[in-house]
Design a protein around this ligand. Structure first.
Ligand SMILES: O=C(O)CCC(=O)C(=O)O
Ligand SMILES: [Fe+2]
Length: 240
C-alpha cells in the first residue's frame, strides 16, 4: 500500500478552523499537483538565489534557510538590507496570496467556509495584494522560535503555505511569547492566514515531523518548505 494511502487510513478529516479571530487554518488548500508545481518553482528560485541562514539582530543564526522574492524598494529585514539578492515576485504568486485571503476571510460574493471572527475581514480580503514572498526551508533539525512578524510596514495579513513534511505550528497570543498558545499541525498543502486581531500574535515552529511528506514531493532529503506571502510596503488594508 502506498505511503499516502496508509496515512489516510489514520487521518481524522480536517476542516477549516479559526484558532483565534483572524487566524484561519484551511487544510489541503493546495491540491497535490499544485504542491508539486510550487516545489518545482522553489527549486528554480533557489538555483537563482541560493538560500541563506538569516542572522538575527542578536547575532544568532537561524536554523531555517530562506530566499526572498519581491520586497524591492522596502527596507525590509529579510530584504536587500540583509545583503540578499531579491528575486522578482511573479504575478501568479500575488494572485495566489490574494485568493488565499479571499478563501480564508470570505468576500461579498463568496463567504468563507468558517467565520474568521472579526469585523472588516471581507474588506481586508478585498484589498489584499502581497508584494513579497519569503521561502523558508526546514530540514529535520530546523525550528523557528516564537516571534512576531512586525518588520512589515503594513498590517495586512500574513499568508502561509506549507509543503513537504508536516510541522507543529505554535500560535500564541499578542502579548507574550509564552502561554497561552495553541499547537496545530500544518501539513503539505495547508494554508494558514493570520491577520486582523491575530496579525501580531507570537508564533513559531517548534518542530518538523521527519518523513511525513517531503520525499513524496521529491524533496530528496525530506524537509519542509514554507512560503509566506506578505505585504511589506505601507499600502493596503490596515496599513500602519
Ligand atoms: O514556517 C512557518 O510556518 C512560519 C514562518 C514564519 O513565521 C516566518 O517566516 O516569519
Ligand atoms: Fe513569522
Amino acid at each position: 500500500m502506498a505511503e499516502y494511502e496508509l496515512d489516510e487510513l489514520f487521518t481524522v478529516p480536517r476542516g477549516p478552523a479559526v484558532l483565534a479571530p483572524g487566524a484561519v487554518h484551511v487544510p489541503d488548500w493546495l491540491d497535490p499537483a499544485r504542491q508539486q508545481e510550487l516545489v518545482t518553482q522553489c527549486r528554480a528560485w533557489v538555483r537563482a538565489a541560493p538560500m541563506t541562514h538569516h542572522v538575527m539582530p542578536g547575532g544568532g543564526r537561524m536554523s531555517v534557510q530562506s530566499v526572498m522574492l519581491g520586497a524591492g524598494g522596502v527596507d525590509y529585514r529579510y530584504g536587500a538590507s540583509a545583503g540578499r539578492r531579491l528575486l522578482e515576485l511573479p504575478d501568479w504568486l500575488v494572485e495566489l496570496g490574494r485568493r488565499a485571503v479571499a478563501d480564508a476571510y470570505g468576500t461579498e460574493d463568496a463567504p468563507a467556509a468558517v467565520d474568521p471572527g472579526f469585523d472588516g475581514a471581507r474588506r481586508v480580503a478585498q484589498e489584499h495584494r502581497p508584494d513579497s514572498a519569503l521561502v523558508n526551508f526546514y530540514d529535520d533539525a530546523a525550528h523557528m522560535g516564537m516571534h512576531q512578524d512586525r518588520d512589515e510596514f503594513s498590517a495586512a495579513p500574513i499568508v502561509s503555505l506549507s509543503l513537504g513534511d508536516t510541522c507543529v505550528f505554535r500560535l500564541g497570543n499578542t502579548e507574550t511569547r509564552t502561554a497561552p498558545y495553541q499547537d496545530v499541525e500544518l501539513r503539505s498543502g495547508d494554508l494558514f492566514v493570520f491577520g486582523g486581531p491575530s496579525r501580531y500574535a507570537f508564533h513559531g515552529v517548534p518542530r518538523v515531523l521527519p518523513g511525513t511528506g517531503g520525499r513524496r514531493l521529491g524533496l530528496r532529503q525530506g524537509g519542509r518548505l514554507n512560503i509566506t506571502l506578505r505585504m511589506t510596503g505601507g499600502r493596503g488594508a490596515g496599513a500602519r
